[in-house]
Design a protein around this ligand. Structure first.
Ligand code: PMP
Length: 848
């Protein structure tokens, strides 16, 4: 087809005025109305306000529009009303003679011409404003998501619709772009010509690809002048103008919106995935659909310029290129050609590969790491089920529903709660489109939504999620790889689903192994939520029971703020272990780490205090009739307040525990997998050799996984005695997650990164401490850092102050006066700088 065969190029809206509209309203519809002109590319539209009912929109239909096509639009509106009456789409109002269309004769006043006939249609007016309305704020991510889901709902309603008019050869249909190619030569600017040429280069092949995609009736023109936003400006309330409806690949629908929004400045390139995410939350798209989006977006933008150029050359209506010309380009913001060229340039800089990866991600289809499966290296992951909006509900509404659903006492972080919808590396994103730096969460150990881990989980879930009563390679391989990083005697694993469960089992093992039932834990320790483990967690246990004794926190590491700058970053007492941070080579010899503190006397005193303390604690247990079964210790001393004492501190404690015949349980839920930066295992940094190691939180990077590791003889006896089995524990999906985490840790050298970033972090914090007296101490190492401040109230102000500045941290310690800085392991020095400047700002407000 040559260019002249295309529809919608010319677009000459009938020349009628408000007076004509008011007259037609009365004669055909019996409405006494006041008419106001509205925009329209090919139809002439008027808003009708009446005193009873309405408002309405009266459309004088383009003379050139074929009768069949006009009938098709009426049929589509009727079909949508029938399929989804709630959808924000205009409803047809019939004439007094019950016809969907009226025909009127328009006399051209003052002229000698015969009256023209014109078809009219009356539809309901949708309240709200056009998204394109420049007086509105630019759409945030929530609105973009809502736009996507609203369009998807329209497509859902149109799924079964058919009409011959859907074959209309409309110029805006990118599949017709080849007919427009001759216009390219008429584009003046060589640079723009080149951009358009590049965008349309793949068109031939693209059209072939499109023929293989799922197709149906689509709106085909969902741009900012056809989309209505609600009064609050946070949701898409309606879609108008079905004049460009065609039968086409479903993917084209959202591609049109993405292209138009990009040109019109309604969405940045970064925000396009949110439109798609909203769409696919209702209507799923496949890998092949997403794969063509980049080319479709580029082609749509390019044909917009070609149509504009053609109109300028051929006197098509409103060829000015400004607003109202059937293009969204705002006259003040640059010509359509300029805006389109900028958008194409941006697209090209991002590149097809990168944008497609983001779009796949947004659609819940994750590109796997290289060398992935036979399905083109892409696996589908949990796209939300149809009809479930991803970020639809407002925070206030969610909060209200949460209170009812989860109870008013369910813990919620921050004074201004966060509604997180996405994470990526060290960043998290809220439903409102806010991006925050995550300096708190350790579950996403190798980073939020790490693609390798996500793909591994998805791939395995796609195959089988069975349990350890069946043979499976994954979990065995995981044990082999995990135990290779541990001392040789810690060679056998038992699987559960959380750190709490792991500690619960470790405690049962210790009791049955020793025949004792007393316990030693650190002051204000936290080990989990089961009944037995809560008893071992003084931080949450209102009355610590008689079988539990608490040991005092070390004091050696506490320097004062003025001394903080003298500290060797990473903890004065611990030069990084030469081998302990590599997989398979943890340093685990008790007391092996060299010690070169500036305060040897203090360390010696600390060790002596620890010895006296543990002896007294065991004496108190004995006095109550308990012999110790175990010392359970979180090597990071997290809830105790985050400390990094020398191995000299723990040595007398462990020795006393062993003399009493008790086991040592190393709770590595916090410190395992290299968080210290110096060693792969926290106990190696502390300088003791546990009998049982427990793991949780970070090991599955978000997939529930808990592990108990001990000597084979100990575990086999426990299995024999109890017939232990956990339904989910160690299922193949958990195994795949665990393996992927180990792989990423090694490949991305995240333990080394934790050391380097941690050292830098402590250095910068120490500098800050010289300026603020309220910083009392900086403790920890690697990416487990505690900043003790003067009091609990200041801690709270700082935690919330940082949240308001886009940085997430937590609080810790018996007095709740320690800032907890514990980010995902890919945290880099540039992220530290962000924290330091936010903390500086928050501190300066706290100390005006
Ligand atoms: N041990 C320690 C040291 C922990 O910090 C936690 C959780 N914060 C647990 C055990 C319990 O882990 P979970 O919440 O996965 O049961």
């Amino acid at each position: 087809m040559n260019v002249d065969g295309l529809l919608a190029l010319r677009g000459q809206p009938p020349k009628v005025g408000a007076g004509d509209a008011e007259a037609v309203a009365l004669t055909l519809y019996g409405l006494t109305a006041r008419a106001t002109a509205l925009d329209g590319e090919r139809d002439r539209n008027f808003r009708l306000d009446t005193s009873d009912g309405g408002p309405f929109v009266l459309k004088f239909i383009d003379h050139e529009a074929d009768d069949g096509i006009v009938a098709g639009q009426s049929a589509a509106l009727t079909h949508i009303a029938e399929q989804n009456p709630q959808l924000g789409v205009p409803r047809v109002i019939r004439t007094r003679a019950a016809a969907e269309l009226g025909v009127v004769e328009l006399g051209v006043r003052g002229s000698r011409h015969d009256p023209q006939t014109c078809r009219v249609r009356l539809v309901t007016y949708l309240p709200g404003r056009l998204i394109q309305d420049r007086s509105l704020a630019l759409p945030n991510l929530k609105l973009l998501s809502s736009v996507g889901s609203q369009i998807a709902r329209l497509d859902d309603a149109l799924a079964g619709f058919f009409h011959p008019a859907l074959a209309q050869p409309i110029a805006w249909d990118v599949r017709r772009a080849q007919s427009l190619l001759p216009v390219l030569a008429q584009v003046q600017s060589p640079a723009v010509r080149r951009l358009l040429g590049n965008a349309l280069d793949p068109i031939e092949q693209l059209v072939v690809q499109l023929r293989g995609l799922r197709s149906q009736a689509i709106h085909g023109d969902c741009h900012g002048r056809n989309l209505i936003v609600n009064e609050e400006g946070d949701a898409c309330a309606g879609i108008i103008d079905l004049g460009d409806m065609i039968h086409a690949p479903l993917a084209l629908e959202i591609a049109v919106t993405m292209g138009e929004f990009l040109v019109d400045g309604l969405a940045s390139l970064d925000a396009l995935p949110e439109l798609l995410a909203g769409y696919t939350s209702v209507q799923s798209l496949g890998h092949a659909d997403i794969n063509v989006l980049y080319d479709l977006i580029a082609a749509r933008i390019a044909i917009g310029v070609l149509i504009q150029t053609w109109r300028e050359r051929n006197g098509g209506a409103d060829s000015s290129g400004g607003a109202g010309a059937g293009t969204g380009a705002d006259a003040g913001a640059g010509s359509l050609e300029e805006l389109s060229a900028r958008a194409l340039d941006e697209l090209a800089s991002e590149g097809k590969r990168s944008l497609t990866r983001q779009l796949l991600d947004a659609a819940g289809i994750v590109a796997a790491a290289s060398g992935a499966g036979a399905d083109g290296g892409v696996r589908r992951v949990g796209a939300p089920p149809a009809g479930v909006p991803r970020a639809g509900a407002s925070s206030a509404d969610l909060l209200r529903r949460r209170r009812t659903a989860l109870g008013t006492n369910a813990e919620l972080s921050y004074d201004r709660p966060l509604h997180l919808v996405r994470g990526d590396g060290v960043w998290v994103y809220t439903a409102d489109g806010e991006r925050l730096l995550d300096v708190y969460n350790n579950v996403p150990h190798v980073g939020h939504a790490h693609p390798v881990v996500v793909a591994a989980i998805a791939q395995q879930a796609k195959c089988i999620a069975s349990n350890t009563r069946y043979l499976d390679e994954r979990i065995i391989e995981y044990v082999e790889r995990l135990t290779a990083t541990l001392p040789p005697d810690l060679d056998t694993c038992l699987f559960v689903n959380s750190g709490s469960e792991a500690n619960d089992i470790a405690w049962r093992i210790a009791k049955s192994h020793t025949g004792n039932d007393g316990a030693l834990v650190m002051t204000h320790a936290y080990h989990g939520i089961t009944d037995a483990v809560t008893a071992l967690s003084p931080s949450i246990c209102a009355r610590v029971p008689g079988h539990v004794e608490q040991l005092a926190a070390p004091v050696v590491a506490s320097g004062c703020a003025s001394a903080a700058t003298d500290r060797t970053p990473g903890g004065a007492s611990h030069p990084p272990s030469a081998v302990g941070h590599t997989l398979g080579a943890a340093s685990h010899t008790p007391g092996a780490a060299a010690f070169s503190s500036t305060g040897v006397g203090t360390v010696a005193a600390d060790a002596a205090a620890a010895e006296a303390d543990v002896t007294a604690a065991m004496g108190r247990l004995a006095a109550r009739g308990f012999r110790p079964a175990a010392l359970m210790i979180d090597s990071a001393l997290t809830s105790t307040g985050i400390y990094d004492p020398s191995p000299s501190w723990v040595a007398p404690i462990v020795a006393a525990v062993r003399r009493a015949g008790a086991l040592v349980i190393g709770d590595e839920v916090q410190f395992g997998l290299g968080r210290s930066g110096s060693d792969f295992w926290g106990f190696a940094r502390r300088g003791y050799h546990p009998d049982i190691v427990t793991l949780g939180k970070p090991v599955g990077n978000g997939y529930p996984l808990g592990v108990v590791i001990t000597r084979r003889s100990v575990l086999e006896k426990f299995q024999r005695d109890t017939g232990f089995f956990s339904t989910f524990g160690g299922n193949p999906v958990a195994g795949a997650a665990g393996l992927a985490v180990l792989e990423v840790l090694e490949q991305e050298q995240l333990v080394d990164n934790a050391r380097a970033t941690g050292d830098y972090f402590i250095k910068k914090l120490s500098e800050l401490a010289t300026k603020y007296d309220s910083i009392r101490d900086i403790r920890g190492c690697g990416l487990m850092i505690g900043v003790e401040v003067s009091d609990r109230a200041l801690t709270k102000r700082l935690v919330n102050g940082l949240r308001d500045r886009g940085v997430l941290i937590g609080s810790e310690g018996p007095k709740v006066n320690v800032l907890k800085l514990r980010p995902p392991m890919p945290f880099r020095p540039e992220h530290v700088d962000i924290v330091i400047s936010a903390l500086t700002a928050a501190l300066s407000v706290a100390h005006p």
